[in-house]
Design a protein around this ligand. Structure first.
Ligand code: NAD
Length: 496
């Protein structure tokens, strides 16, 4: 791997057959195989079997049996213990999980290590939440209470069989942040990983078997989006679909879910604003804003890609950003010191380079980067455009690559600044950089986004709700909101 060795457990994992996990067993897929490649080298990692509608049917039936049977009969304390056991197994296999996301997705090792630690924390958090799932007691309705004594209370019950469709950009994390709350709530799961990055989900499947989850509680069906994904979203036996991916696919999921009116959660795209006020502390703002865009080489739903900089500091700020971007090390995720990895695929690279070309053609100034590196793998330099205007595609469209669009502003009126920041159909994330916390909080209250940071960007945490306003999605993941997304409320009234 570009001169870097994999751990023996990762090599052993790559050599095993990569099948589908259905009803507690690894089974063959009927939809052929797909080669998954290391995007930093273009070399094949493994042939992974694909399932289609037939396997989705089998997996949904297995999940239904488990939901009505073994999983429902298990005590909350036993479910808690199982999730804690899974977290320990993941901790013991942290190297394997991190290396799989590095070689399958291209992310640098420092991010993969961070995400594995976060994923373990996430499972522990939801394991601990199981015994705190609570209903409430309420005053009974008047027409019942008037006739004598009565009791009204609520129960929180699992939604049922959950379909979970996962993207490729942070493969293990997006799987865990769906799986952990669903299992904590008492749901059973059919998960479809992204066909681009199935490996860490398949390793997770083995850990779920090793932890001793009952058959059918978790089923993992790798497959193509238009085939297995579409079948899962439309399946009448699925009670809820949780999807993370592009806004365009999100629309298809909603249409597919209409048949049985299944519950839908959507975590979609973004074009998040970053506002740099004249009094920003540039020592932290320069690296912070650069990483807001370039973290995960921009393949990050939270990426802050529209940078609004006050004119009094614009030129200094852009120069410092350019110097920071120029100093970022691009390379294989296994290489020590790598800060930025490759784009996920040739097709995605072509899309990102097309955006760069269009921005130049539209009259934006290329202040840094802009080239694809002349080496194997799809490495694109961290790229900064200035002199951008609201109508340019580089300002309007989610690029999902290392491309930043800087715009200068002159006003200090917070409503006007917020209007610039909110000029997009998305609303996932955003950040404000200033030493004046009063200004910061007043501006945050005007920004239409689900997750806004002050003097940092994209500060997601296990217990902190995350999700989108506008076309960035429906619902929230993480924290209590993430658990609530897999729970129904049942109200009970008894005449006593
Ligand atoms: P994508 O929409 O192409 O694919 C996501 C998943 O959906 C994959 O598993 C894919 O196989 C599946 N899929 C594709 N077509 C489908 C269909 N017709 N029916 C059912 N499933 C289908 O997205 P991607 O390229 O994998 O991920 C990048 C996108 O994800 C970006 O837009 C990014 O902003 C978004 N994203 C959002 C968040 C968030 O939390 N809001 C997090 C990560 C990524």
């Amino acid at each position: 791997f570009d001169g870097h060795a994999l751990a023996p457990e990762t090599r052993a994992f790559l050599e095993r057959p990569h099948r589908l996990l259905i009803d507690g067993a690894w089974v063959e897929g009927s939809a052929g195989t797909r080669a998954t490649v290391d995007p930093a080298t273009g070399l094949k990692l493994a042939d992974v079997q694909l399932g289609g509608a037939a396997e989705i049917d089998q997996a949904v039936a297995a999940a239904r049996r488990a939901f009505e049977g073994s999983w429902r009969r298990m005590t909350a304390a036993d479910r808690t213990a199982l999730l804690f056991r899974l977290a320990r197994i993941m901790q013991d296999n942290a190297r394997l999980l991190a290396e799989l996301d590095v070689i399958d997705n291209g992310m640098p090792m420092f991010i993969a290590e961070l995400t594995v630690a976060n994923n373990v924390e996430m499972i522990d958090y939801y394991a601990g939440a199981i015994l705190r799932i609570e209903g409430s007691t309420l005053a009974p309705p008047r027409h019942i209470a008037a006739g004598g004594e009565a009791l009204t209370y609520t129960l929180r019950e699992p939604v049922g069989v959950a379909g979970q469709i996962v993207p490729w950009n942070v493969p293990l994390s997006t799987a865990i942040l769906k799986l952990a709350p669903a299992l904590a709530a008492g749901c059973t799961v059919v998960m479809k990983p992204s066909e681009e990055t199935p490996l860490s989900a398949l390793a997770l499947g083995q850990m779920i078997l090793d932890a001793g989850f009952p058959d059918g509680v978790v089923n993992i069906v790798n497959g193509l989006g238009a085939d297995a994904g579409a079948a899962l979203a439309a399946h009448p036996g699925v009670d809820k679909i949780s999807f993370t991916g592009s806004t365009a696919t999100g629309r298809r999921i909603v249409q597919a879910a209409i048949g049985n009116l299944k519950k839908v959660s959507l975590e979609l795209g973004g074009k998040s604003p970053v506002v740099v006020m004249p009094d920003a502390d540039l020592e932290i703002a320069v690296p912070g804003v650069a990483m807001a865009t370039f973290f995960l080489q921009g393949q990050n739903c939270m990426a802050g890609t529209r940078i609004f900089v006050h004119e009094s500091i614009h030129d200094r700020f852009v120069e410092a950003l350019g110097a920071f971007a120029g100093g970022m090390t691009l390379g294989h995720g296994l290489a020590p010191g790598t800060m930025l990895g490759p784009m996920i695929s040739d097709a995605h690279t072509a899309k990102v380079m097309g955006h760069i070309d269009r921005a130049v053609a539209a009259g934006a100034t290329l202040a840094a980067g802009g080239r694809k590196l002349d080496r194997p793998g799809n490495f694109i330099e961290p790229t900064i455009f200035t002199d951008t205007t609201a109508d340019m595609a580089v300002v309007q469209e989610e690029i999902f690559g290392p491309v930043m669009a800087v715009r200068r502003f002159a006003t200090e009126d917070l409503d006007e600044i917020a209007a610039l920041a909110n000029d997009t159909p998305y609303g996932l994330s955003g950040s404000v950089w200033t030493r004046d916390l009063s200004t910061a909080h007043r501006l945050v209250s005007r920004i239409r986004a689900g997750h806004v940071s002050i003097n940092c960007h994209g500060a997601v945490g296990t217990n902190v709700p995350f999700g989108g306003f506008g076309q960035s999605g429906w619902g929230r993941e993480f924290g209590q909101d993430g658990l609530d997304a897999y729970l129904e409320t049942k109200a009970v009234t008894a005449r006593l």
